[in-house]
Design a protein around this ligand. Structure first.
Ligand SMILES: C[S@@+](CC[C@H](N)C(=O)[O-])C[C@H]1O[C@@H](n2cnc3c(N)ncnc32)[C@H](O)[C@@H]1O
Length: 188
């Protein structure tokens, strides 16, 4: 339940910014739930780029969401987003979501890795439009998740405060293993 509420908070933060015809990124496609949410906000004239390193995930979501014309699903690491997203869309991304960790219902050994996550976050923060929003849902409770969450926390702390406003929401009575949500707004 705590996990669901942080996802809802991330959606809420994005909903405040994302409008029809906007461009958004789901950096961790997984089962496509966040992609659907983003697609609903931008509508058929917008665009949602979805990334996942698991071909099966990309293919399953492509099948499930075949009627959504605004989707571009990419079987690649989010660390490649600057190469995979057309240059004309750089600087025009209104929202970018990272939901880290492993695919629910999938292979729990395949997890996001701190190094590629930080590379992708740095690119995402650069290609975001002014007034755009970046959300990161991090899970320190699984193997590898603790280090990744720490590194994401450090990455948020080193952001230029003139350019970005970063907030962190945690749940679970401040337990070290509790999921946390980072919401980063790029100032205009
Ligand atoms: C927690 S799940 C995402 C849940 C998803 N947003 C949803 O709504 O169902 C994390 C996903 O990140 C993917 N992933 C891991 N490393 C990745 C990378 N470097 N680039 C893109 N996706 C990655 C995993 O394969 C997994 O599907």
């Amino acid at each position: 339940m705590q996990h669901i509420s942080l996802v809802k908070l991330a959606h809420q933060a994005i909903k405040e910014k994302l409008r029809p015809e906007d461009i958004a990124i789901d950096a961790t496609l997984g089962n496509g739930l966040d992609t659907v949410f983003l697609a609903e906000q931008v509508g058929s004239s917008g665009r949602v780029y979805g990334f996942d390193i698991q071909r099966t995930a990309v293919e399953a979501v492509a099948l499930k969401l075949a009627s959504w014309r605004c989707l571009t699903l990419i079987h690649a690491s989010h660390a490649e987003m600057d190469k995979e997203i057309p240059v004309q869309d750089h600087g025009n991304i209104r929202a970018c979501m990272f939901n880290l960790g492993y695919l629910p219902g999938g292979d729990k050994r395949i997890i996001t890795q701190a190094e590629s996550t930080l590379t992708a976050l740095t690119i995402a923060s650069r290609i975001l439009v002014d007034n755009g929003v970046l959300t990161i849902l991090a899970y320190p409770g699984h193997l590898g998740g603790e280090l990744e969450t720490l590194q994401v926390t450090n990455w948020c702390e080193q952001l230029d405060r003139q350019q970005f406003k970063a907030e962190m929401v945690s749940c679970g009575q401040n337990q070290a293993s509790a999921p946390r949500l980072f919401v980063i707004n790029k100032m205009g």
